[in-house]
Ligand binder design. Structure first.
Ligand code: BGC
Ligand code: NOJ
Length: 829
């Protein structure tokens, strides 16, 4: 069952009922100011950091689920309704929500009055513009009132939802004309304020939540002021400050009125915080005067429909440009829609937000993840490489001199987060991958010379290349009894906690240090991760390639020897006969072996082992891929492990706490499904690669949205696995490494257009039924128009490759470097 449809021409998903199986959201904003917006206009805004600089309040895990945000209410002769249906939930005569690239348009119609609201954050602008177009579609004049509403968060979202004894008394607002200012703590310790304005006169306002609602017993679905058709002109003093504009509107038949609201954020330099004279008409209880210059300029910037149209056009053009860097035309519409639009869009969002703020991530729990953000670069780097470079440097700056890493950092301070600390065994390796991806995309080797601090300490700065070296050797220098990398607190799988042995509620599986390992430095020196071993053999060659390019042949050979040694160790001590083991636990026992009672096979190490060609000479790759198909494959994707754990294994940690079929315990983790898709494509098995891809790619799940539940235009982290009661149900949509990795899987492995240090590899691995496909790739200043022909209907194999008619050996298109468009023709066979 579907709840809307794709409008590919406009790059939108069109939702045709407010009652989607879960709030289907979109993200507005790209750099500083961000908003989350659901199909009923729920959500919130923040500046840079969803925890430290929250602008509007939102209550997670609320009942009903998606309540709060910015709402418009209309009172049309006693009928109160919202363009997005919620919160009043008056049945609408028509409803539509269009989520597009950085904007959302929600249209509601009731009793011949149409309200179309366009929400977007313009380019280089710290505010959300909300354009409301009201049209009387009837034959009689209409007189009605419209109320806006936004509830302020008192800046620190964590404090805001816990520290009530203080926060119920700190709220401060001011009103000047049609603008309501939020100035809590501005006088004292903050230099930022927020505002909500409308480009017209108003007939009243409310800034006190209880006054707006009329009673502490009312909710957003039942505000007395709206019902009464009149604002109460309340002035908030403490409690919960809000911003609501009240406006009376009269429309002749066929007439339209446009109102432009802006929810903005501004920061003043410390010495320019205050203005010298009070503006006339200012409603305030303060004796100091806010310097409003920034807000004035922001308001001026979008105060007419023409300016708004231009702002929207600018946003559209920016996205057209971003999405023209890589475009494909394959025989499958769903693939085209994922590759050309939605997967790339999601890659930008995950790059921007890491795992911080979604409808499953509260915005207060996590900052930017070391592992996560490095992986996000893989799917995003071709879009804005300069931002990828800046991000890589930010992440690397939090690394420790020995190659260990803070697991997370806060985007506002860019400092490592010591609450979580380090010792996640896989973290350093992802940085080798992201730096290599950056160089492969751009050919910009200078990143390696950039001086990058350790532990945010400039005095410890070393060239970026040094960070790669310590990353590589952090693995080599921390091996366990078999010569495999130590598992430490966790690896990619945050829930395999082999040093935790937790038996007390509340202990964090990721950060708790069991006293029995305290003396050893916090984690077992026995537990080893086969996954990290295979990630090492997969990423290591990129480090070697970099060294070779720099002419550091000796160092390259030394690193290569470590990789070769690791491959040997894996084959000798971690190949289980039909697949690779997952780990050795702290007792030295095998995890992920046919000998185990449960959790006999895990997905994570397999893909990287296959792509590292470990044991390929004895057929380990195909055996492994076949085992995955046999044990992990099911209707909706590949489960993470099988059989699911049915009891608590104290030696494994969090993984065994999840009911079977969910999350890391045999859920379908779409993130590492991508690794298998890559591996199948790598091994030349295009049918399998495509089968797995089409099981999880959102556009393919659209038809079963009632089962899948989450947005059909973006990946979620997880789909309920075959052991789950809710088999096939998606969760944790939007902020997941799945976005980047499936972008890599489809574009670089299946479609096979893959940047390399010395050119653009074109080596597809596709369904045999395809006659071929076309792709356009802008690469290092040139444009490559690629035509793939598949006359023999094979899966893989480049029979010939020509560039502008000239035959090339192999399948790497050399960089032309002339800024021109080049024709690449590839014949498979
Ligand atoms: C989740 C993981 C997540 C981790 C982060 C766990 O509870 O299952 O998916 O990575 O928390 O803290
Ligand atoms: C989500 C986390 O963000 C990611 O870092 C981790 O690798 C996966 N969960 C698996 O545990």
């Amino acid at each position: 069952m579907k709840f809307g449809h794709f409008d590919d021409a406009r790059k939108e998903y069109v939702i045709n009922t407010p009652k989607t199986p879960y709030p289907w959201i979109n993200y507005l904003g790209n750099q500083g100011f961000f908003s989350l917006i659901s199909n009923t206009a729920g959500g919130y805004s923040f500046y840079m950091d969803a925890r430290l600089r929250r602008i509007t309040r939102y209550r997670y895990n609320n009942v009903p689920l998606d309540m709060g945000g910015r709402y418009f209410y209309i009172n049309d002769n006693g009928t109160v309704w919202n363009p997005g249906w919620s919160p009043v939930k008056t049945e609408l005569d028509a409803y539509e929500c269009r989520h597009g690239m950085g904007y959302t348009i929600i249209t509601g119609k009731k009793n011949d009055l149409k309200a179309e609201v366009t929400f977007f954050v313009p380019q280089n602008y710290d505010g959300e513009v909300q354009q409301v177009v009201l049209t009387n579609e009837g034959s009689a004049p209409k007189e009605f009132s419209i109320f806006s509403m936004a509830e302020w968060c008192l800046w620190d979202a964590q404090d805001d939802c816990t520290n009530f004894q203080r926060n119920f008394s700190t709220g401060r607002v001011e009103i000047l004309g049609s603008t309501i200012y939020h100035v809590t703590e501005y006088r004292d310790r903050r230099n930022h304020y927020a505002f909500y304005t409308v480009n017209d006169t108003i007939d009243g306002y409310d800034t006190d939540r209880d006054a707006f609602l009329g009673s502490i017993y009312n909710g957003w679905d039942n505000p007395e002021t709206v019902k009464a058709g009149k604002a109460s002109n309340s002035f908030a003093d403490g409690w919960s400050p809000i911003a609501s504009h009240y406006k009376k509107v009269t429309l002749a038949p066929g007439e339209t009125k446009t109102l432009i609201y802006i929810l903005g954020y501004a920061e003043n330099p410390q010495d320019k915080k205050f203005a010298s004279s009070k503006p006339e008409g200012l409603l305030t209880r303060e004796t100091w005067v806010l310097n409003r210059e920034k807000a004035d300029a922001m308001i001026e910037k979008y105060n007419t429909p023409e300016k708004v149209a231009a702002g929207l056009e600018e946003l559209r053009t920016a996205w057209e440009k971003l999405l023209s860097i890589f475009k494909v035309d394959t025989p499958d519409d769903k693939v085209n829609r994922m590759v050309n639009i939605w997967n790339q869009y999601q890659c930008m969002v995950t790059f921007n937000l890491s795992r911080s703020a979604s409808y499953f991530e509260s915005g207060i729990g996590r900052g930017m993840g070391f592992r996560d953000s490095n992986q996000d670069v893989l799917g995003f780097v071709h879009q804005i490489p300069e931002r990828a470079r800046e991000r890589i440097i930010d992440i690397a700056s939090t690394q420790m001199p020995d190659g260990g890493c803070y697991h997370q950092y806060q985007p506002l301070t860019k400092k490592g987060n010591s609450d979580i600390g380090g010792d996640f065994s896989d973290d350093p390796l992802w940085m080798i991958l992201s730096v290599a991806a950056y160089i492969k995309e751009t050919g910009d080797w200078t990143i390696l010379d950039e001086m990058v601090p350790y532990d945010n300490d400039e005095s410890l700065a070393k060239p970026m290349l040094d960070h790669l070296k310590v990353s590589f050797y952090h693995i080599v220098d921390n091996l366990g009894p078999h010569g495999l990398p130590l598992a430490m607190r966790a690896d990619w799988n945050d829930c395999i906690n082999l040093s935790c042995f937790s038996d007390t509620p509340g202990e964090s599986f990721q950060t708790y240090t069991n006293p029995k390992f305290k003396a050893e430095g916090g984690y077992s020196k026995i537990a080893e991760s086969v996954f990290v071993a295979t990630l090492f053999t997969y990423t290591g060659p990129a480090y070697v390639g970099i060294l070779e390019h720099l002419g550091k042949t000796e160092e390259a050979a030394k690193a290569q020897a470590e990789i070769d040694k690791m491959k040997k160790v894996v084959m000798e001590s971690a190949f289980d006969g039909e697949w690779f083991l997952r780990a050795y636990d702290a007792n030295g026992e095998k995890m992920g072996s046919h000998e185990c009672e449960e959790g006999k096979i895990f997905i994570e190490p397999q893909g990287f082992a296959v792509m590292s060609e470990i044991g390929k000479d004895v057929g380990a790759d195909i055996k492994t891929l076949n085992s995955i198909d046999k044990y992990l494959n099911c209707e909706f994707g590949l489960v993470l492990n099988n059989p699911a754990f049915t009891k608590y294994y104290i030696q494994y940690g969090e993984i065994s706490t999840y009911p079977g079929g969910y999350k890391e315990n045999a859920g379908i983790f779409t993130h590492n499904n991508a690794w298998i898709i890559c591996a199948e494509a790598y091994a030349g098995r295009g049918e399998k690669a495509f089968e797995y891809y089409s099981k999880i790619a959102p556009a393919f799940t659209e038809e079963t949205s009632d089962i899948h539940k989450t947005e059909p235009y973006v990946y979620g982290q997880m789909i309920g696995g075959k052991d789950a009661k809710n088999f096939g149900q998606g969760k944790n949509s939007w902020l997941t490494g799945t976005a980047a990795w499936n972008m890599v899987a489809i574009s670089q492995y299946i479609l096979g257009v893959k940047p390399e240090f010395d050119g653009l590899r074109v080596d597809p691995s596709i369904p045999a039924a395809w006659d071929g496909f076309k792709a356009t790739r802008q690469f290092r200043g040139d444009t490559y128009e690629i035509t793939i022909k598949n006359p023999d209907h094979v899966n893989k194999g480049v029979k010939s490759l020509t560039v502008d008619g000239q035959a090339i050996d192999g399948c790497i298109v050399p960089v032309a470097g002339d800024g021109k468009t080049h024709q690449v023709e590839v014949v498979l066979g």
